[in-house]
Design a protein around this ligand. Structure first.
Ligand code: MN
Length: 229
């Protein structure tokens, strides 16, 4: 359709008229935002991630991000937005850093739980397997690279399978709750390397945790769907 200045003006006038006469407000995802349920039982990922860790991580940490976000976003311009919209809209706002941190962490963990499946499929196949082999020199190279990247960022870290500036597949580390999606890049697989994700099960053996997660519980069909989206 040819969008002329006239049609834009008409549309604007129509929108203004509707709001003037009090058109019903169509709520999209008004607060409170609800934490999605776990897609598996709390003990389903054991022993890679124990029932105790999933219970704390999902039931306390993840829940707290939703609770805090609902509290912070109430009465703000974010109140009628969906979670991903809040995250992207607040990503560059210094004054809304708390809203961003909680929205990003709420979003990160939804992606995190959704990408696991008890018992696998624990390896990529098809085009994605080829892309991972080409980029990282095989699955073991991919796991090794994830460990290396996790050590390049100081403090709390997420490592994401995403795309770099050349649009090539890449593993990139992010501080705190930051993630590639908030920066306009895809987020295919997010590995949470905050201590709360592994300390109960692995104490300070971070590398062992990363290797176990990538070896045993990633649902590569979910990752392939994200890549294809
Ligand atoms: Mn976490």
């Amino acid at each position: 359709m040819d969008v002329t200045r006239r049609t834009i003006l008409t549309a604007t006038a129509a929108t203004a008229a509707l709001s003037f006469v009090g058109a019903p407000h169509i709520a999209r995802a008004a607060l409170p935002l609800t934490q999605p349920g776990l897609p598996f039982a709390e003990d389903a990922l054991a022993p890679t991630i124990s029932s105790k860790t999933v219970g704390l991580h999902y039931g306390k940490h993840h829940k707290a991000y939703f609770d805090k976000l609902n509290e912070l976003a109430a009465g703000t311009r974010y109140a009628d937005m969906e979670l991903s919209e809040i995250m992207t809209a607040s990503a560059t706002s210094a004054e809304d850093a708390k809203i961003f941190n909680n929205a990003a962490q709420a979003w990160n963990h939804v992606a995190y739980w959704d990408q696991f499946v008890p018992g696998g499929p624990a390896r990529p196949d098809g085009e994605l397997a080829t892309a991972i082999d080409d980029t990282f020199g095989g699955y073991e190279g991919f796991v090794d690279r994830a460990v290396t990247v996790s050590n390049e960022v100081f403090g709390t870290v997420w490592v994401w399978l995403t795309r770099d500036d050349q649009d090539a597949l890449a593993l990139i580390g992010y501080e705190d709750g930051n993630n590639p999606v908030a920066l306009g890049r895809p987020g295919y697989l997010g590995i949470d390397i905050w201590e709360h994700a592994y300390y109960v099960d692995y104490e300070n053996r971070k590398e062992e945790h990363i290797r176990a997660v990538l070896d045993k519980i990633v649902n590569w069909r979910v990752i392939a769907d994200r890549v294809a989206a």
